[in-house]
Design a protein around this ligand. Structure first.
Ligand code: PBG
Length: 328
């Protein structure tokens, strides 16, 4: 038996100093993007039952929350509106209402916290009486090309209200190009596009749909969101979006799709974001509250996993907690 092993990888783990010197990836505050849910009213705060620690907030409380996040050095938020049923219709007309809940909120946040980057969501589902991301025809099909002008108008309306980056999450074909053209035509050449390029038809969105009451009223989203079995298709979607003018691409969900982040980051010449979605948050939170895992350590390890896989940015409901830990 040879007792003097030629190779001893443990030497590089011998102390925290050495470990920190050889560390390949790191997590920083500038990696974090916090999603927020907006509801109407004043001083109105509704907990999302399936996401302990996360509330739907009225515009005044969203402004307060955004101040806190900016003070923690979180660079960006992404906003989602939770609308009453009476505001929803088949063509999502409320989505372009200049005085709608979403646009009002964007204006107040931009005014109160101008240095916080505002990312807005483009898709029909929060405004659609069908609960789908696109227009539904009489046969119940989600029709692509009829949806595109609605998405483009939504993007322009959000840019007018103060959006810095538009994030189309609808998965219609060709929407990035159409949105880019519409933004440019209205003079919003400086407004970026973060494309949800590889967005899977995932069961992990459940708590989000509870938060917005946006679950599809019939059918599922499998004709537009991707099949969880595929990775080559994700690369194709990302390259198409980049070709159409996306400034950043996204993979969603996160944890079950680390290989997809890796594949996309290897071919992408624009930054890659990952969305650590509502179901992922709910699982970690629930196990943490039960005392079954060390919540802080598990969350930080998860975030680092996204960085190691190749993500440049992480949309996560843990963002505020993570920022608090990183700051202390
Ligand atoms: C819809 C949208 C969804 C999410 C973000 N935008 C849900 C869906 O496609 O049904 C999910 C985010 C999450 O689960 O945290 N356009």
């Amino acid at each position: 038996m040879n007792l003097s092993l030629p190779i001893r990888p443990r030497r590089n783990r011998v102390s925290e100093n050495v470990r920190s010197m050889v560390r390949e990836n790191s997590l920083s505050l500038s990696d974090l993007i916090m999603p927020l849910f907006v509801i109407d009213g004043e001083n109105n705060k509704q907990p999302v039952e399936s996401m302990p620690g996360i509330d739907r907030l009225s515009p005044d409380l969203i402004v307060e929350k955004c101040r806190e996040l900016a003070e923690l050095s979180i660079p960006a938020v992404v906003l989602f509106p939770a609308l009453e049923d009476s505001k929803k219709d088949p063509l999502a007309t409320e989505s372009t209402n200049e005085n709608g809940l979403y646009q009002r909120t964007l204006r107040s946040v931009k005014e109160a916290v101008p240095n916080l980057t505002l990312i807005t969501d483009v898709a029909m589902d929060p405004y659609s009486s069908d609960g789908h991301d696109g227009v539904v025809n009489e046969k119940g099909e989600i029709v692509n090309d009829e949806t595109l002008p609605i998405l483009a108008a939504m993007a322009v309306s959000q840019a007018k209200a103060g959006a810095d980056i538009i994030a189309p999450s609808d998965m219609m074909d060709g929407r990035v190009g159409v949105i880019r053209e519409a933004l440019d035509a209205e003079g919003f050449t400086h407004v970026g596009i973060m494309a949800y390029s590889a967005k899977y038809a995932s069961a992990y969105y459940g708590p989000f749909r509870d938060a917005l009451d946006s679950a599809p009223k019939h059918g599922d989203k499998k004709t537009y969101q991707m099949d969880p079995a595929n990775v080559r298709e994700a690369v194709r979607e990302a390259l198409l979006d980049i070709d159409e003018g996306a400034d950043m691409v996204m993979v969603k969900p996160g944890l079950p799709y680390l290989d997809v982040i890796r594949a996309v980051s290897e071919v992408s010449d624009v930054p890659v974001a990952v969305y650590n979605v509502s179901g992922e948050y709910a699982m970690a939170k629930a196990a943490g509250l039960k005392g079954w895992i060390d919540y802080q350590k598990v969350v930080l390890e998860t975030m680092l996993g996204f960085k190691r896989a190749g993500a440049d940015m992480i949309l996560t409901y843990h963002a505020q907690e993570v920022a608090t830990w990183l700051n202390s």
